[in-house]
Structures are given as C-alpha cells and as structure tokens.
Design a protein around this ligand. Structure first.
Ligand SMILES: [Zn+2]
Ligand SMILES: [Zn+2]
Length: 179
C-alpha cells in the first residue's frame, strides 16, 4: 500500500500533512500532530468490565478513530442510556415482577465507590446483553482502613432480566428502583 510513497525521512502528520509531528497514533503508529490527535471523551468505557486494548489509548489518528473507536463510543453511550433506564429489583422487595425472561447468570461487581455505581455497573452489564432490568439485587459495603482514614468499598450481585414495563404502574416506573 505504501509502495507509491516517496522515500522520505521527514515525518508529516498523517491527517493534515503538517511537519509539526508530536506523537504517533497508538493503533496504526502513523505520525500525528497535536491538533489532529483524537481521543474518546473522558471516562468513556469506564463501566466496561475490561477495556479492550485497542480502546484503551488517548492518541488516535482520524482514520483509526472513525473506524475503530467512534462506533464503540456510540455503542457505549447507547448502553449507558439503557442502563440508566433499567429497572432494578432488590432481593428484599415484595412487589411482583412482571418477568418476561431471566438470565441464569449471577453478576457480581466489586470495588465500587458507592451504591449508585454498584447498581449502575450491574445495569450496564445487563444492558449490554440486551436486558432491561436487574433482579435479585443485593448490595454490600465494607469499611477499609487505609492508613489514617478509612473508605467504603461497595460490591453487589444481581441477575439480568427482561421485564414487561407496561405492567408496572406509572408511579412506580418513575422510581425504577424497587427496594
Ligand atoms: Zn495534523
Ligand atoms: Zn491511526
């Protein structure tokens, strides 16, 4: 593919052809200038259980970003929105759940900063698998001493489920979390 390129030791930005090259795209390794560096928005992918190596960088050229990163940024944002709209049923709640189907999987998330993050992480995993609810939710926290001060670390379990949200009454739908 590069056989038509003239031999040159000069580095030019792959995107704008500027000589002011400061870095290299972490995927294709082509030279790139400051102005043309692209990166996913801060904290994108933070809810993924593991961030795939190709998505873990902050220096991409336009070509690699459009082809490899942008579609994943869009997909992540969609799943995050679904996770935020998921219905959460705690194990302790007594309301009948209008279950359509339930995954056999028991999700476990650990080392979260607070209760909200713990729940959101489970909802995100469920959303990625195409479910709209998490049931049998249990959340725990643990005090951890860290030199002088201590912090709380949160963990939780739950199972992805598909529920019929039309069967939940309006008032309850606004809350979405059933304790
Ligand atoms: Zn450039
Ligand atoms: Zn590239």
């Amino acid at each position: 593919m590069s056989s038509t390129d003239l031999p040159s030791t000069e580095q030019k930005c792959e995107t704008c052809r500027s000589d002011d090259v400061t870095d290299a795209c972490k995927l294709c390794e082509n030279p790139i200038c400051d102005d043309c560096i692209l990166a996913p928005p801060l904290h994108t992918f933070s809810l993924l259980e593991t961030i795939p190596e190709p998505l873990s960088h902050v220096v991409y050229c336009r070509f690699c970003y459009d082809e490899k990163v942008e579609p994943e940024v869009v997909r992540y944002a969609e799943n995050l929105e679904k996770a935020n709209e998921s219905f959460i049923f705690f194990k302790t709640q007594r309301k009948e759940i209008p279950l359509i189907k339930k995954s056999k999987e028991i999700m476990r998330v650990v080392d979260c900063d607070d209760r909200d993050e713990t729940i959101l992480r489970m909802a995100f995993i469920a959303a990625e698998k195409g479910f709209n609810a998490v049931i049998d939710v249990e959340v725990q926290h643990q005090k951890i001493r860290n030199h002088q001060h201590h912090t709380h670390r949160w963990s939780g379990t739950g199972s992805p489920a598909m529920i019929d949200e039309n069967k939940l009454d309006r008032q309850h739908k606004l809350d979405q979390i059933y304790r």
